[in-house]
Design a protein around this ligand. Structure first.
Ligand SMILES: NC(=O)C1=CN([C@@H]2O[C@H](COP(=O)(O)OP(=O)(O)OC[C@H]3O[C@@H](n4cnc5c(N)ncnc54)[C@H](OP(=O)(O)O)[C@@H]3O)[C@@H](O)[C@H]2O)C=CC1
Ligand SMILES: O=C(CO)COP(=O)(O)O
Length: 327
């Protein structure tokens, strides 16, 4: 199949390897000429150092060329860029399948990617591919399992068959809301898990935070129409585990640096790659009060990142909340 990948960051590049290995013709768009040059030489040292990319890949800096020549489009850019890029492709987009890889909520609108795309492009053939899948491992063919979710079972099945191989196993699911929310909110929980790593590497605290973080994701997800069981699967618990623990995680890293006393601005300035939780926490914080949904870990993470709250004080406040039943 002719496949176009929009975004040649770490995830777009790793996924290009999977698709090339599966025998597809892969075009990949980048707006950066340095990345373009590197890809023509079979590498992407800016985003995926040390990994060789088959030279059969077709890099491009022409977005229109990539879109019009693709039967399936993979969206591999950060959440906050999705609306802008969707507007750019709108005039020549021919209602091809869009497989979205981004995990986040839009600041101000609190929208999921599927909602942003349907606002800009209309009735999109939409699939979200999500789950515990760090690019650094996928690019090395380390066994990985993810979920392809779509309201249209056939689109989920096409995506499953297109992406699956011996080291990349794709399950289907019809709960788009749950899969999108699981992947988005776990990034915020991973920042808070990283804060605990940075403060002291406390195992008990981190296990509690991951578990109660999952409870917050489920609470919010149910209000938004997601199925609880989706959050117990790869796109929920699975991704939460990997992102809160992996040394590859950018979100966990941001938290670890905060826990060690660094300021958010300087952390972002020194990072080449996106940590989506930094933005998704803003979207959530604005919404949870209006929704009347209890998400104390999300609130405290926001206060630490944006209201200068001492992380130790935030932990103390979480521990001193009114005592309650677990469920
Ligand atoms: N990395 C991973 O392991 C995984 C990432 N994801 C998700 O995939 C999404 C992309 O992540 P990832 O590849 O890691 O991010 P990176 O930061 O590695 O790369 C982002 C890519 O998007 C491009 N980009 C950024 N802003 C814009 C814009 N405004 N217009 C056009 N292109 C833009 C960047 O181009 P430029 O260099 O020109 O800025 C770069 O090519 C995120 O939502 C992430 O959460 C999901 C699973 C795994
Ligand atoms: O979503 C991811 C792994 O599944 C990537 O997480 P980070 O953005 O924290 O690296």
């Amino acid at each position: 199949m002719n496949i176009g990948i929009i975004g040649a960051g770490s995830w777009g590049t790793a996924i290009s390897k999977i698709l090339l290995n599966n025998g597809h013709t892969v075009r990949i768009w980048t707006r950066d000429t340095n990345v373009y040059e590197s890809l023509t030489n079979g590498e992407n040292p800016y985003y995926l150092p040390g990994i060789s990319i088959p030279k059969t890949i077709i890099p491009s800096i022409d977005l229109k060329d990539v879109v019009v020549n693709s039967k399936l489009i993979v969206l591999a850019i950060p959440t906050q860029a999705v609306r802008e890029v969707a507007k750019q492709i709108k005039s020549y987009y021919q209602n091809q399948i869009i497989v979205n890889l981004a995990k986040g909520l839009e600041i101000n609108s609190q929208k999921r990617i599927s909602e942003i795309l349907s606002e800009v492009l209309g009735n999109v053939k939409y699939v979200i591919l999500s789950g515990p899948s760090h690019a650094e491992e996928v690019a090395r063919d380390i066994p990985t399992s993810v979920v392809a979710a779509s309201e249209n079972k056939n689109l989920a099945k096409i995506t499953q068959e297109t992406f699956s191989n011996v080291s990349f196993r794709v399950y289907t699911n019809d709960d788009v809301i749950g899969v999108e929310l699981g992947g988005s909110i776990k990034n915020v929980i991973a920042i808070s898990a990283g804060i605990i790593d940075g403060i002291g590497g406390w195992d008990n605290s981190k296990a509690a935070l991951i578990t109660r973080g999952l409870a917050e994701i489920i609470r919010y997800g149910k209000k938004k129409g997601a199925k609880k069981e989706t959050f117990m699967g790869l796109a929920g618990l699975g991704d939460l585990i990997v992102t809160c623990n992996s040394l590859h995680s950018r979100n966990r890293y941001v938290g670890e640096m905060i826990g060690r006393g660094k300021k958010l601005n300087e952390i972002i300035e020194n990072m080449n790659m996106v940590a989506e939780g930094i933005y998704t926490v803003k979207a959530l914080y604005d919404e949870i009060k209006a929704l009347k949904v209890e998400m104390p870990i999300i609130e405290k993470t926001y206060e630490v990142l944006y209201l200068n709250k001492d992380p130790r004080k935030a932990i103390h406040e979480l521990m001193m909340r009114e005592l309650k039943d677990e469920n």
